[in-house]
Design a protein around this ligand. Structure first.
Ligand SMILES: [Mg+2]
Length: 291
């Protein structure tokens, strides 16, 4: 802009009003173009999970929310232990009243705080990729979600079997085990840690059915709808309707924790098409904003 004005000043004479107007118009046009470029640049440089990751990592409100959820879970578990008709698993279709009690917890953003991985996406990786997550996971440094350890210790003292049921791949078993042990979370046997080997038999639904065949499932705890029900990997409206279908279970047999960073809620906005370029993904997400 300074160069442009200098050029205008050099060419300007008292009688060259047309040239002066031309320069003003040119300067205004360039200003508009530069302004447009800079807002375009701001969008590209921003990261869509920045607020979500910061809220998870720094806000008092996030910790209060998860502690609240786990204190509710503890109170409900005590009630569930006394009520032999209580079960949390829709897959529990057996004669379960006298089966030993168990609880099922998802891992990421339920037990383990993986927001540091999201921070690394923002600062370094640029996007999620399976190999990125594996690299981060091998450090085994995820903190525990506030409130989780007190709850799990309470369940263990009550004689309740704790199952961790995760979509993490089997290849991550060792680093996941190290992370749980470093946090002092109970893992008395590897069959309490159920991971995904890529087959349908290790879907969350199948894992719930397998546990429900041997235990009375007192509570399901997770951050994603598929930690509770099958067939939830669908469009946002259908997912929302599923919540209403099971309205009586939330805050009772089912305890859900917030995860604004990622999950099927987000992928459903672009039809789970992870191959889409980032710009196209963002476009589809922007189209679904309501104002
Ligand atoms: Mg999770």
């Amino acid at each position: 802009m300074a160069m442009l004005n200098d050029r205008c000043r050099i060419r300007l004479t008292p009688t060259s009003s047309m040239t002066f107007l031309y320069c003003l118009l040119l300067a205004a046009t360039v200003t508009m173009l530069l302004s447009g470029c800079s807002s375009q640049q701001a969008r590209v440089d921003s990261h869509e999970t920045l607020n979500a990751a910061l809220w998870t990592q720094t806000s008092a409100e996030y910790a209060a929310t998860t502690i609240q959820a786990y204190q509710l879970a503890a109170a409900n578990m005590d009630q569930a232990l006394a009520d032999r008709q209580w079960t949390a698993a829709l897959e529990q279709d057996n004669d379960y009243a006298d089966l030993p009690p168990a609880i099922m917890l998802d891992l990421d953003q339920t037990v383990l705080d993986t927001s540091r991985y999201n921070a690394r996406i923002i600062l370094e990786y640029g996007s999620h990729a399976r190999e990125h997550f594996a690299e981060w996971c091998r450090q085994s440094t995820a903190p525990v979600i506030p409130g989780t350890k007190d709850f799990i210790d309470h369940a263990t003292r009550q004689g309740v079997t704790v199952f961790y049921v995760s979509a993490r791949k089997e290849a991550l078993r060792d680093c996941t085990t190290r992370n749980l042990q470093a946090l002092g979370l109970p893992l008395p046997a590897q069959d309490r840690l159920l991971l995904n080997d890529g087959s349908a038999s290790t879907s969350k639904t199948q894992q719930r059915a397998r546990i429900a065949a041997q235990y009375r499932v007192l509570l399901l705890i997770g951050d994603n709808l598929n930690d509770f029900v099958s067939d939830s990997k669908t469009d946002p409206d259908t997912r929302r309707a599923l919540v209403d279908v099971h309205a009586g279970r939330w805050g009772r047999q089912w305890i859900i924790l917030p995860n604004p960073m990622y999950g099927n809620w987000e992928a459903s906005l672009y039809e789970y098409d992870y191959s889409l370029p980032r710009d196209e993904r963002l476009n589809r997400m922007l189209q679904q904003l309501q104002q």
